[in-house]
Design a protein around this ligand. Sequence first.
Ligand code: GLU
Length: 415
Amino acid sequence: MTNQNPFEVAQKQLDDCAQILKLDSSTHAILRVPMREFHVSLPVRMDDNSIKVFQGFRVQYNDSRGPTKGGIRFHPDETIDTVRALAAWMTWKCALLNLPLGGGKGGVICNPKEMSLGELERLSREYIRALNPFIGPDKDIPAPDVYTTPQIMIWMMDEYSKIYAKNQFGVITGKPIGLGGSTGRADATARGGMYAIHEAAKVLGIDLSKATVAVQGFGNAGSNAARLCKELFGCKVVAVSDSQGAICDDECLDVEAVCECKLDTCSVVNLPNAKCISNEEILELEVDILIPAALENVVTEKNAPNVKAKIVAELANGPTTPEADAILYKNGVHVIPDFLCNAGGVTVSYFEMVQNSYMYSWDEQQVYTSLEKKMVEAYHSVLNTSKEYNLNMRQAAYVLAVKRVVEAMKLRGWV
Ligand code: GLU
């Protein structure tokens, strides 16, 4: 079944973990729902002088381990349940990476592809005006996610700073470099995923310099993943896709040319001479590594039996349904689950917060080394847990993360 409700998926994954951990029912009940959520209506002056009212959300899922942290998505199909699921996954992600942060997420129902820069700026500022009492450097710190950019982050930071009448760089991460942003944040999600893939390949005995890769989705995570696979390991990227369709080349795609084509024409499918395939086919290609890097619900019980990749590295949040998870596990596919694989983004966001708080900036090497250490540690702790308790990689990641959140709630006297 496609298009499952992402929050039901997130709850099902947690229920599974609660059973494994034999969680008591009250602790389980607290973890099953967000602690707080905000629904706001955002009137925005459009370029034609009309006023359009957008719906915005911010969900603070659990802050037992620290202020809530997570991106803001601008997407026409955004729903409160998607934001709830993403906020839950942020909670587990921050706990798994041992960051002193809780999980949150925001979203606005809008189509940025159809909005002018001016409209986007006014919407971004309105979002912060509506939510300013509830966010802050030690409360809840947003960041970029699908269709939000460093420019949007700095408009939001500026609006928040105006309200509080002082510069508040720490209120948001993913800012532009030179204005409170961290080096390495732009491609941190993909780079973190690369460090995890590198470990997985070692474990599985895959020679990355000969490995073939398919990347589904060509936004920030997907495009940087395609580039880095080649740059860091010499992998052959044989297929990529975006919302318009997919392209492949059995030999190897010219990733630079694909990136240029995406920039110039807004889609990878316009690459001259490329062989076009469907968005379904790219998931079932004979490749060593499949990287879903777009939205939820793409690997389902329908196509999971046909996935031929040895590694599925989930740079997207929630790309695999629970039914598909079971099939992949049974078929021996090594899944690097989303909140492990894509944790590089929030990890460098955390580094950005640290740098902001002492008004200093790290060089690229320091960011990369610190990120690699975090990712390698997290990957092996998940792998060891999966072996020790005979769990799949996602269940193992849940066990580690949920345990840490429960421990925090216990220490604080919440349960
Ligand atoms: N949106 C990213 C994620 O899903 C990053 C969040 C952050 O940096 O706070 O992990």
